[in-house]
Design a protein around this ligand. Structure first.
Ligand SMILES: [Zn+2]
Length: 179
């Protein structure tokens, strides 16, 4: 399953696809914000852990849905007004980063997500305690290495394609200026 490292990498690829403006202020603040948004749906392990020591109890329910991605994406595109530390991103970018998590869980794992909640709802099977979740975060992240590699190749190709299209446009712009 994609763990925070994998989800963050996929979120970064989504950001690079949606938003290609050169400067967004501090890079580390942007990276922290992207990490938060890309992993936001997994916040649903916390109530289960706190209430019954089982992170799976409420996992993959409402926070793994289209509606949650829309609502949290809207909120995330709006909260920059409250703090200058929060990067200002467009709604569609924030929405797609949160939704990339839901899509990745859908595509890379066998267990279902609650895509059309409240029309449907699924909960994760089994039980995951504090120890299991901490161990998975620390020791299983290397499994996301394939995702990391794929994302690096994708971001590199995206930069090349963008540059190629800009180079194609250049002579036209120059020609227009000459006339
Ligand atoms: Zn998830």
């Amino acid at each position: 399953m994609p763990l925070p490292l994998g989800h963050t990498a996929i979120g970064l690829a989504t950001f690079k696809t949606m938003d290609h403006t050169a400067s967004r202020g501090s890079n580390w603040k942007l990276l922290v914000w992207l990490t938060l948004l890309a992993n936001l749906p997994d916040i649903d392990v916390i109530p289960g852990l706190l209430l019954q020591g089982n992170g799976n109890l409420f996992h993959r329910g409402p926070t793994h849905s289209l509606l949650f991605a829309l609502a949290s994406g809207w909120l995330a595109s709006w909260v920059w007004r409250f703090s200058r530390h929060i990067p200002r991103l467009a709604f569609r970018t924030c929405f797609m980063i949160v939704f990339s998590h839901v899509l990745a869980d859908m595509l890379f794992t066998a267990a279902p997500v609650s895509l059309f909640w409240p029309l449907e709802v699924y909960w994760s099977d089994g039980s995951s305690g504090w120890g299991q979740i901490a161990r998975a975060l620390v020791f299983d992240s290397f499994r996301d290495f394939g995702i990391l590699l794929g994302v690096s190749v994708y971001i590199g190709l995206l930069a090349l394609i963008r540059k190629w299209f800009l180079d194609l446009r250049e002579p036209v712009l120059v020609r227009r200026r000459i006339r």
